[in-house]
Design a binder for this molecule. Structure first.
Ligand SMILES: C[S@@+](CC[C@H](N)C(=O)[O-])C[C@H]1O[C@@H](n2cnc3c(N)ncnc32)[C@H](O)[C@@H]1O
Length: 233
């Protein structure tokens, strides 16, 4: 398909019916075919084969809600021997993310427009070595909508390798405590590190800041909570 044909067809991936006006960033997705996949069928066709996409045998790391891509860009640069896949829903954030990794000529970063809840459709058993969730919405009024809850660990049961890790950062003190409590109640997962003050901890030096993290630090001087969880079974 030509770019013009793709453009005509693009709305079908996101909406049931065509609309009069579209978010201009929708069309910009087409400028980054090597860094953004928005077609669910294509994503699903890579289930169990993401290493083929990256043309290497390196471990796969997933980031759910990758925002505007600062963290993905930093990880891709720091760990060239890893493949980093960010899942994000917002068009502008996807385009900003792709712009950043393209500027670096990274070949180990990719962004998918897909919900974290749908991971099992496009990631196979034991395909992932690590998962990052940074500053997810705490859904104060409706906690059952949170990304990290019991069902999330059922997904990790499948896709995360034994010995793989889940890394969680949040400004939200209750979400932090709730995840600690949840993991304590689960078989097969162990908290191996946690701090309610990441920026004054031994992990501060290695920490790659996300956009939301910068905001919380600069504007609100908020403590940042951080947890590392090991999959033991
Ligand atoms: C509060 S922002 C944090 C963004 C980034 N991690 C950061 O720290 O700057 C949460 C992001 O998750 C995305 N998001 C929300 N629900 C999601 C879901 N179910 N699957 C994937 N991404 C999601 C949102 O579009 C948003 O960009």
């Amino acid at each position: 398909m030509t770019k013009e044909e793709l453009k005509e067809d693009l709305w079908r991936h996101f909406f049931k019916n065509p609309r009069k006006n579209y978010n201009p960033y929708i069309y910009k997705l087409l400028d980054f075919p090597e860094y953004i996949i928005y077609d669910k069928e294509i994503m699903d066709s890579y289930k169990g084969k993401w290493r083929e996409f990256f043309k290497n045998d390196n471990p796969i790391y997933l980031e759910i809600g990758s925002g505007s891509g600062n963290f993905a860009q930093g990880m891709a640069m720091r760990y060239p021997e890893r493949n980093h896949i960010g899942l994000e829903l917002r068009f502008k954030r996807l385009v900003l993310s792709a712009t950043k990794v393209k500027r670096d000529n990274s070949t180990n970063a990719l962004f998918l427009r897909r919900r974290g809840e749908e991971i099992l459709s496009f990631v196979a058993e034991n395909e992932v070595d690590g998962i990052y969730v940074n500053f997810p919405d705490p859904w104060e009024e409706n906690e059952k909508n949170r990304v990290v809850q019991e069902n999330f660990f059922k997904i990790l049961d499948v896709i995360l390798k034994k010995g793989g890790k889940f890394f969680f950062k949040t400004d939200h003190d209750k979400y932090y405590q709730d995840v600690l409590d949840l993991v304590a109640s689960l078989d097969g997962y162990e908290v191996i590190y946690h701090t309610s003050d990441l920026h004054n901890s031994e992990k501060a030096e290695d920490n790659i800041k996300t956009e939301f993290e910068q905001l919380f630090l600069c504007k609100h001087n908020k403590n940042i909570n951080y947890i590392e969880i090991l999959k033991t079974k």
